[in-house]
Design a protein around this ligand. Structure first.
Ligand code: SF4
Ligand code: SF4
Length: 501
């Protein structure tokens, strides 16, 4: 297999989405001004007086979708309207939101734009090679939309459903997560041994990246230059995958199923393309996929378990824990430890990154290096830590930041749960399923995934090499004047000395 990408020469798939389109909206005719959304917004982007319809300041919004998750105000019938008028008003709003016309779910005041109509249209176009990838957090939440208990793990049924929806290849973002560890882990080792800039931040979460671009643009060179796992896999699908399938990249229609509303924004970023091809053509949320499966008459609960396709659907346990806060850190330490020390990591379950606190810190003995790490869950916790980094007072080597409170399992595109008690229960169940999925995998370290080893042997060459740099890394850009004033409270779990025994 050649490591060049010379075969790619046809014109790219055309994007129909406007990069500047807002993804998150509040319907002023439904909003009661209760401001529950403002309480969960990590960046104070929701503006308005109590009791009056709210608006979103698009320059501050990081598109995390937490306001969409919390809003409990919805339209059933419009007061004072006849049934016909009521139906017409509902249809108007459905069209405004790009939802399928026959959707039956309630229309909430805070919402995100749907992409399902665009994807359904593209699926009917002849000559397309249709590929889908699924994020780690979908397989532990999708079943909830079909009445199964919180956290039910269904990767096999999900793969089967996606084949029945018409995809030619069903790949897995977890494979992209394994590649991310190879690239990001190598980048961290290089920064530690060659002089920074440190601390290095993860760059997997698009809401966090957007937050850094808006609020802390002077820290952008601290972000890993890695694209997210979704974008990495997207770029590999249209290069390595296209070569394996002998398909022209121009004929590939690449869809990603994500728990995250900000992934729509990320895939539309102009820099997220390689050789003129968009890395990912369209993103659907968990809720959109669930609706699509139902609308297509697929009996999800009774589907057989099917495998993801090879090679870009084969993943390690480390890839699967990217779905929870602390997962990227744990996966990176599993690989970084072994690459730096040439010794086996004695214990794979790294409990010190698995807590529920907003910020967790630890010192990890990795060979001769005392590696100082921090995990931030939820952007409201990021401000104080970033202020310390900005002031040069923070001597961590590696910091993971995830925009949503429990990581991707609590993303804005996940099944909507109205009661707070149930929401917490769901997050715990999804998290436990993700860790169970990791523990059950035969291969639990990214660098031991045989398909990753083959990818580097046959195509990429080496982490941070020429082909990786071209396809898998990116740049970031300032998007505003810098940090706005905001109060924040954080609790830091006490610094822990941690040696792996
Ligand atoms: S968008 Fe929803 S949660 Fe926010 S103020 Fe309006 S009704 Fe309340
Ligand atoms: S999407 Fe997130 S950042 Fe934007 S308004 Fe909603 S809660 Fe705030």
């Amino acid at each position: 297999m050649s490591t060049t990408i010379d075969k790619i020469s046809s014109p790219p798939c055309m994007k129909t989405t406007d990069y500047t389109d807002p993804v998150i909206h509040i319907d002023p005719t439904l909003c009661t001004g209760c401001r529950r959304c403002a309480e969960v917004c990590p960046v104070d982007a929701i503006e308005g007086l109590p009791g009056e319809p709210q608006t979103i300041n698009a320059d501050r919004c990081v598109i995390c979708g937490q306001c969409v998750q919390i809003c409990s105000v919805y339209a059933s019938d419009w007061a004072g309207s006849s049934p016909q008028e009521s139906a017409a008003r509902r249809l108007e709003r459905i069209q405004e939101r790009d939802m399928p016309a026959d959707i039956r779910e309630p229309l909430f005041a805070a919402y995100y734009s749907y992409n399902l109509n665009k994807v359904s249209d593209m699926m009917t176009k002849p000559g397309q090679f249709r590929i889908v990838q699924c994020a780690p957090a979908i397989r532990v939440s999708l079943a909830e939309e079909f009445g199964m208990p919180f956290g039910t793990l269904t990767p096999g049924k999900m793969a089967a459903a996606l084949r029945r929806l018409g995809f030619d290849r069903v790949y897995d973002t977890n494979f992209g997560a394994d590649v991310t560890i190879m690239e990001e882990g190598t980048e961290l080792i290089r920064r530690v041994t060659e002089g920074g800039p440190l601390p290095m931040f993860t760059s997997c979460c698009p809401a966090w990246v957007r937050f850094a671009e808006i609020e802390y643009p002077d820290l952008l060179d601290h972000l890993s230059s890695c694209k997210s796992p979704m974008q990495m896999l997207g770029a590999l699908i249209k290069s390595y995958g296209a070569q394996l399938d002998e398909v022209e990249p121009a004929n590939i229609y690449s869809v990603a199923i994500m728990p995250c509303t900000c992934k729509q924004f990320e895939c539309d970023r102009p820099e997220m393309e390689s050789d003129g091809y968009r890395d990912v053509d369209e993103v659907l949320t968990t809720r959109e996929l669930a609706y699509w499966i139902k609308q297509s008459g697929i009996d999800f609960a009774n589907l057989p378990d099917e495998e993801f396709d090879s090679p870009l659907g084969q993943y390690s346990g480390a890839g699967s824990i990217f779905g929870v806060t602390g997962g990227v850190m744990e996966a990176a330490i599993r690989t970084g430890y072994e690459l730096l020390t040439n010794e086996k990591l004695p214990k794979l379950q790294l409990d010190f990154v698995r807590g529920e606190e907003g910020i967790r810190v630890a010192e990890v003995q990795v060979g001769k290096l005392q590696l100082k790490v921090a995990v931030v869950a939820g952007l409201q916790h990021a401000y104080q830590l970033l202020d310390r980094v900005q002031a040069g007072e923070c001597d961590y080597h590696f910091i993971e930041v995830m925009g949503c409170p429990a990581g991707c399992i609590s993303g804005g595109g996940q099944p909507k749960i109205m009661l707070e008690k149930q929401r917490i229960e769901a997050y715990r169940a999804r998290k436990s399923s993700i860790y169970g999925h990791d523990a059950a995998r035969q291969v639990r370290k990214s660098h031991e995934n045989p398909h990753i080893i083959k990818l580097y042997d046959e195509f990429l060459g080496e982490p941070l090499g020429h082909v990786s740099h071209h396809l898998l890394h990116t740049t970031f850009q300032q998007r505003g004047p810098g940090k706005q004033s905001r109060s924040s409270t954080i609790s830091i779990k006490g610094d822990t000395d941690y040696s792996i025994h």
